[in-house]
Structure formats: C-alpha cells, structure tokens
Design a protein around this ligand. Structure first.
Ligand SMILES: NC(=O)c1ccc[n+]([C@@H]2O[C@H](COP(=O)([O-])OP(=O)(O)OC[C@H]3O[C@@H](n4cnc5c(N)ncnc54)[C@H](OP(=O)(O)O)[C@@H]3O)[C@@H](O)[C@H]2O)c1
Length: 239
C-alpha cells in the first residue's frame, strides 16, 4: 500500500457521483490519489483528498472550464472517463434525440476529455487514461443500438489514442466493468438482473468496488496500453 500523499498525483474522474463513480472516487482517494471528482448534477462523495469539479462532458465550454481548474494544480497523472448514460429503445422506437444524447455523453464526452487531458499528462511525462466501455459495445445488445455503438466507439477511440499518445508515455486502456447494481441498472427487473447473472460463468453480477480496485491497479502498470479488459465471467470466443 503506497503512503497516502494526496498532493503527489491527481486523477480526474468523470461522472464521479454515479454508482461506479462513487466507488472510483473513494477507491482512488484511499490509494493516496488526489481526486478531481467531475460531477454533473449531484455532488460527489466528500472525502479527504477529493475536490469536486463541475463537468458536463458533452459541453466544450464546461470541459474547458473544468480543465482550467485541473491545470491550475500540478500532478494530473490519470483520467477515468466514467460518465455514461443509457436510453434503451428498440430500433423502431429509437428517436434521434436518444441516439444523439447517448453518443454525446458516452463517446463525444470521452473525446473532449481526452483531448483536454493529453497535453497535461504529456507535460508530466506521461500518465493513464482509463475509458469505461461496455460488453454491449463488444457483442451488441437488443434495445441498446445507441449505447452499443457509442461504447464500441470508445474501444476504437481507446486503441487509436493508445497508438497516438504512446510516444508521450500516455497509456490508454478500456474497461468493460460487467453488469453493476448502480442507478444505471436500477430500472431492470429482478428477472432481467437474474438473466444477466446467469450469463456469467460465476452466476453473479459484478461489484463496483472490485471494478474500482482494478482501475487503481491498472494505474500501477507501466507497459500496458491499447487493451480492453472485461471484468466479469461472461465467456465469449477469443478474437
Ligand atoms: N452499471 C452497469 O451495469 C454498467 C455496465 C457496463 C458499463 N457501464 C459504464 O460504467 C460507467 C459508470 O456507470 P454507472 O453504472 O456508475 O452509471 P450511473 O450510476 O448512472 O452514473 C453515471 C454518471 O454519469 C454522469 N453523467 C451523465 N451525463 C453526464 C454528462 N453530460 N457530463 C458528466 N457526467 C454525466 C451522471 O451524472 P448525472 O446523473 O448528474 O447526470 C452519473 O454521475 C458508465 O460509463 C457506464 O456506461 C456500466
């Protein structure tokens, strides 16, 4: 366990007040990171070393303003693009507004934040960008064409940026966190959740705290970039 020094290195987490965002915020803070907790509406958890930063990832002006705060302090060493949104509908009911909104939060937001973060990470000699994608983006999901397309885009963005930013020692990886009991899945019925659990070899959903532990661990790896990590037990063909 590294010594707690919230001044040495900072991580920006988007959507820090969400179900997974709260675990990430607490997990990184407990591991000694100073957390710049990007929040949209609701405030993120208050803890030692956690600084709330208002950040709407879809809005260029909001991203620029948040990064003024981030850049005013030294030590940005990692960014977690965690903000996300679903608006599930079958194709024939999927409106353009739901399509656009899901692309804006899940994909455009990651692009805007990566573009703003890369120069700061490069100036520090490198760092980590961790992008939350989804199993839906890998295999598709009925009723989630908008979300699956956006999350597949996150994987392409991750792999491209890993190549582009590697020379600046910036590692860029994607994480598929598994189905989590968070506000995002609160609308699912017990039967739907049970079906998701049954699709796993271990017959259970994932735990946000376990995802947070994995992301903190990823930041300790110096030589891994451009990879996609799935954190559940849904077994699919290796490609
Ligand atoms: N839960 C799952 O089963 C699951 C599975 C696979 C992947 N994921 C991914 O994991 C990540 C975290 O999901 P979660 O389950 O923690 O979802 P969640 O509880 O719904 O939290 C999502 C967070 O994103 C924020 N957000 C939405 N629009 C935003 C915007 N324009 N700018 C900034 N923040 C915004 C929300 O803030 P407001 O509420 O204030 O708007 C909220 O804090 C997401 O990327 C999600 O797609 C989740």
């Amino acid at each position: 366990m590294p010594a707690l020094d919230h001044q040495t290195r900072a991580v920006l987490i988007t959507g820090a007040a969400g179900g997974l965002g709260q675990e990430l915020t607490c997990g990184f803070a407990a591991a000694g990171w100073r957390v710049l907790a990007g929040y949209h509406h609701q405030l993120p958890p208050a803890a030692t070393g956690v600084q709330p930063v208002r950040l709407d990832v879809t809005d260029t002006a909001s991203v620029a303003e948040a990064f003024q705060t981030v850049a005013a302090q030294p030590g940005l060493a990692a960014v977690v693009n965690n903000a996300g949104l679903t608006a599930d509908q079958p194709l024939w009911q999927l409106g353009e507004a739901e399509w656009d909104r899901v692309q804006q939060v899940n994909l455009r937001g990651v692009f805007l934040v990566c573009r703003a973060a890369a120069p700061l990470l490069a100036a520090r000699g490198g760092g980590h960008i961790l992008n939350l994608s989804s199993h839906s983006g890998r295999v598709g999901a009925r009723g989630q064409a908008n979300y699956a397309a956006a999350k597949a885009g996150v994987i392409g963005l991750t792999q491209s940026l890993a190549r582009e930013l590697g020379p600046q020692n910036i590692r860029v990886n994607a994480v598929l966190p598994g189905v989590l009991p968070t506000p995002m899945t609160a609308g699912l019925t017990p039967e739907q959740l049970a079906a998701f659990a049954r699709a796993n070899a271990l017959n259970r959903l994932n735990d946000p705290a376990e995802v947070a532990r994995f992301l903190v661990f990823l930041t300790t790896l110096a030589n891994v970039s451009g990879q996609v990590f799935q954190l559940d037990s849904r077994v699919t063909p290796w490609t």
